[in-house]
Design a protein around this ligand. Sequence first.
Ligand code: ASP
Length: 304
Amino acid sequence: MVIAIHGGAGTILRSSMTDELQAQYEQGLNDALEAGYTILKSGGSSLDAVEQAVARLEDFPLFNAGKGSVFNNAGKHEMDASIMNGKDLSAGAVSGVNGIRNPIFLARAVMDHSEHVLLSGKGAEAFAAQQNIATASEDYFYNEFRYQQWQEALKEDRVQMDHSDKKFGTVGAVAMDKTGNLAAATSTGGMTNKKFGRVGDSPLIGAGTYANNHTCAVSCTGHGELFIRAVVAYDISCLMEYKGLSLSEACAIVVHDKLKKIGGEGGLVAVDSKGHIEMPFNSEGMYRASIDADGKKTIKIYKD
Ligand code: ASP
């Protein structure tokens, strides 16, 4: 049993962090990690574990997903999420949904109760209503800090990552359960001031999320456009499957070489079929936490 989660990567500097804020982030990571691990310990599936861990991260206002989602150009929250089961490669995803309390629950419903993989916008919201997925009002998603971020981005007409100092606050989780099944899940509010229905890597199976019991489970965070172009999550799986690389070798090539060459800043969490965990990133920091096969817990923000 192992689990690893992230709350986004980027220019996260010690100098711009207070002890109090750091403690809050660590608490948010710890709660989500424990929520997922509790499911694994009681014999639950990796799929349920990553779904619940991501739902907790979505409920935590400091991360850019669910409740803490950034504002788009129209002053709304357009969220993306995806989930994948490594056992049979089934997957579900949603993009550009508004007013859904936990987009990861909707992604799971797409996987379990529709014949599709990816639903978008109004159609996805109609499907949510049919599936009795909880909604929330604009007030629930309102956050003064995010609002000011958006106002600044609006003034300069720029599309920006979660923080003006380039933090990608997307959340995600990967896990391996008692039976060796792998799963991955990712959820995001995307980029501040995004327009034209912009969609990043997070809801795209193979780019931001991928799971295959034969190789690994991966959840990404970073500059979505570059992660789509590098097909990051699937590339890591392919390097393992076709080239016989280890998870750590595959992650090093993709995150520190391939992505870097095209200017793709960010990172990911991954677990392989033997339960090895990797949490690489090429940015200053990444909110991340894990519990390994020996039960050892790690919670980190910066490079060591
Ligand atoms: N990858 C996300 C996106 O481009 C952003 C993030 O990781 O925070 O939508």
